[in-house]
Design a binder for this molecule. Structure first.
Ligand code: AMP
Length: 416
């Protein structure tokens, strides 16, 4: 099978590593890729959000499968354009990707499907926003209604800051605060059949102890030793299958990766958000543990044959990833600095570039790279991931020092 992978971040580097491990993959092309991906795949230039350009490239490289990593190309209709050329695409249609692209649409689907989630109001002016904030009380949760690359959410005790964020966004969803540990569950689906991957946890806030602003994600680990038994079955029955059924009923079936972000509250699991693609950086840890050949799995989802796919196989042990972020991230990341010590297995590139003059590796984004490691248990995987990160030098960079620490120390409790 020849595979075209669309995207160029840490998630796509992790996907590339998974795809080349699949013995069924004869060739991997990535567009636009990044320097890490370039060491395992042929890299081509493309505007990932241009449906015609991606579909044309898929035909040109003879792809049997196109895997679309990021959300923006999905919302732009890249999967539709690829399928229109007769090439299998892993990723939902633009219509179905609205599950991520519009928070209001996601809430409508959840309500129609009876999926447990936070109560919410869509607001477009200061008055209705203030009313919604006061109805739910602090901590206040205000979400940009459009695509925000995971960064459009403010959770704050400060009512004025909540109002300011609403004003900056224009159209927002104000919702009730959900208290409880968070879980990311990835589900591979062809629109009807659905296979859950291992639950993972990511770390959204920039600083240790969940301090500071939200980011795209500063680290992750899997599996979750503290997760209640039966959690995945419960989420499949109460969230995933009703949501997929509702989207089929609307004539816009969701095929691809359904990312369910949950809070495990005292009242049970509640959906915080849906995404229409693999999460970054949870993908790095989940795929590090997946033994089942990845391309075969994604191809089955892309071709409607997931019902006959064999059960997934997983490695024993655990995986941890720690993100190294650029100076100034998330507010105003500094780029163009030289990185050393990144040429090692387990370093996954996110925002990196090569300097044309001498090939030196440079920072080129807020989240620059991550150290990903597996181990026989979470403590060992954590030590190995931090050893990788300590070997990387990048002026002014920062990383959290507490990724997976609470889980290793048994400090996470599910309420109720
Ligand atoms: P989202 O982009 O919707 O995933 O939100 C980003 C992060 O904000 C989540 O991972 C949560 O940590 C937090 N968050 C979002 N919605 C809520 C909520 N209703 N209650 C508590 N935390 C939330």
């Amino acid at each position: 099978m020849r595979v075209l992978l669309v995207g160029g971040g840490g998630r796509e580097h992790a996907l590339a590593l998974g795809l080349i491990r699949d013995p069924g993959v004869e060739g991997l092309v990535a567009a636009p890729g990044n320097p890490g991906i370039a060491s395992v795949a042929e890299v081509r230039e493309v505007d990932a959000c241009d449906p015609a350009a991606v579909a044309g490239l898929a035909v040109e490289v003879g792809a049997d499968l196109v895997v679309i990593g990021p959300e923006a190309p999905l919302v732009a209709g890249v999967a539709d354009a690829v399928r229109a050329k007769g090439v299998a695409a892993f990723g939902p249609s633009a219509e179905a990707a609205r599950l991520e692209g519009s928070k209001t649409f996601a809430k409508e689907v959840m309500t129609a499907a009876g999926v447990p989630t936070a109560r919410a109001h869509t607001c477009t002016d200061a008055e209705s926003t203030a009313r919604a904030l006061d109805e739910f009380g602090a901590p206040y949760v205000v979400k940009n209604d459009g695509l925000a690359a995971g960064k459009g959410v403010v959770v704050t005790e400060d009512r004025a800051a909540a109002l300011r964020h609403a004003q900056d966004c224009g159209r927002v969803v104000v919702e009730e605060y959900l208290a409880g540990p968070e879980v990311s569950l990835f589900v591979v689906t062809d629109g009807e059949a659905a296979l859950p991957l291992l639950p993972a946890q990511d770390f959204k806030r920039v600083g240790d102890g969940d301090s500071g602003p939200n980011t795209g994600g500063m680290g992750a680990y899997a599996p979750l030793p503290w997760a209640p038994p039966g959690l995945v079955d419960e989420v499949m029955a109460d969230v995933v299958h009703p949501t997929l059924a509702e989207l089929r009923r609307r004539g816009t079936p969701f095929a691809g990766l359904l990312y369910v972000g949950l809070a495990l509250t005292a009242a049970g699991p509640r959906v915080i958000e849906f995404n229409a693609r693999f999460g970054d950086p949870e993908t790095q840890v989940v795929l590090a543990l997946l033994e089942t050949p990845l391309a075969g799995l994604l191809h089955a989802a892309a071709t409607g044959t997931l019902a006959t796919h064999p059960p997934l196989r997983w490695r024993d042990g655990a995986a941890v990833t720690v993100v190294v972020a650029a100076d100034g991230y998330p507010a105003s990341p500094h780029t163009g600095d030289v990185i050393t010590g990144a040429e090692r297995a387990g370093i996954i590139h996110a925002g990196t570039a090569r300097r044309a003059a001498d090939g030196a590796l440079l920072s080129a984004g807020g989240r620059v790279l991550c150290g990903t490691a597996t181990g026989p248990d979470l403590a060992a995987a954590r030590d190995a991931a931090y050893a990788l990160v300590r070997g990387v030098e990048l002026a002014g960079s920062h990383h959290r020092t507490d990724i997976a620490a609470a889980a290793v120390e048994g400090r996470i409790a599910v309420p109720g």
